[in-house]
Design a protein around this ligand. Structure first.
Ligand SMILES: [Zn+2]
Length: 212
């Protein structure tokens, strides 16, 4: 049975909620594959790439970020996590916000039989709506960069769940159960030591020789 675990919730400024992120030392390198369902901001994507690499590299993990649309035929991957990028991933949406998009998780990872799968979804519209509470509307370059950084935080949170096979959260850092709009724009927010330890522990288990 496949179920959603860890959802990154869209929060009010007073009651923020977020889900998911992570990093680990992986060999082979980790590929973060994104599948955009709608046109996205290239400025935000550049910021996302930079932010996600910085967030996932504190322990020296080699991270490669790829777009599904750019993959060659028969691509080869080592460690792989996949994100469906839902909605319009830009501070300049192709259509106005809809009420139904304003509430709910910002992102999620799926589980099956108690294992966190390396597959998740990012709700780009909800993340934009959350940031608009403090940034206002508009797709200036600065806003697009900030939006990309927020996407990186959200995705790093989910990567923590995936690589750590973790359904729990930490009490600090970007792997808290909830994050406010202000935290999503905090350049100092990072993976806490507890999250890094969880990922390392799970990666060691995953790479250990089978005794069967
Ligand atoms: Zn979470």
């Amino acid at each position: 049975m496949i179920a959603a675990v860890c959802c990154l919730l869209s929060l009010s400024l007073l009651v923020p909620a977020v889900c998911g992120a992570g990093f680990s030392i992986t060999n082979p390198p980790l590929t973060v594959l994104m599948d955009f369902e709608s046109p996205h901001s290239e400025t935000s994507l550049r910021s996302l790439r930079q932010g996600l690499s910085q967030l996932l590299n504190p322990g020296g993990m080699d991270v490669s970020i790829a777009l599904k649309a750019d993959l060659p035929p028969n691509p080869q991957f080592g460690q792989l996590v996949v994100f469906k990028m839902k909605g319009s991933c830009s501070m300049s949406p192709v259509r106005p916000n809809r009420t139904a998009e304003q509430h709910g998780p910002l992102a999620l990872a799926y589980t099956s039989d108690g294992q966190v799968l390396h597959f998740g979804e990012v709700e780009c519209d909800r993340i934009r709506y959350t940031l608009q509470r403090i940034l206002g509307r508009g797709g200036s370059m600065k806003n697009q960069e900030t939006y990309g950084s927020a996407l990186a935080i959200v995705m790093a949170h989910e990567v923590y769940h995936m690589l750590g096979n973790a359904v729990h959260h930490t009490h600090e850092g970007l792997t808290k159960p909830a994050l406010s709009a202000y935290e999503l724009t905090d350049p100092d927010l990072s993976l806490p030591p507890g999250a890094i330890a969880t990922i390392r522990h799970n990666m060691q288990i995953s790479s250990a020789p089978s005794t069967k």
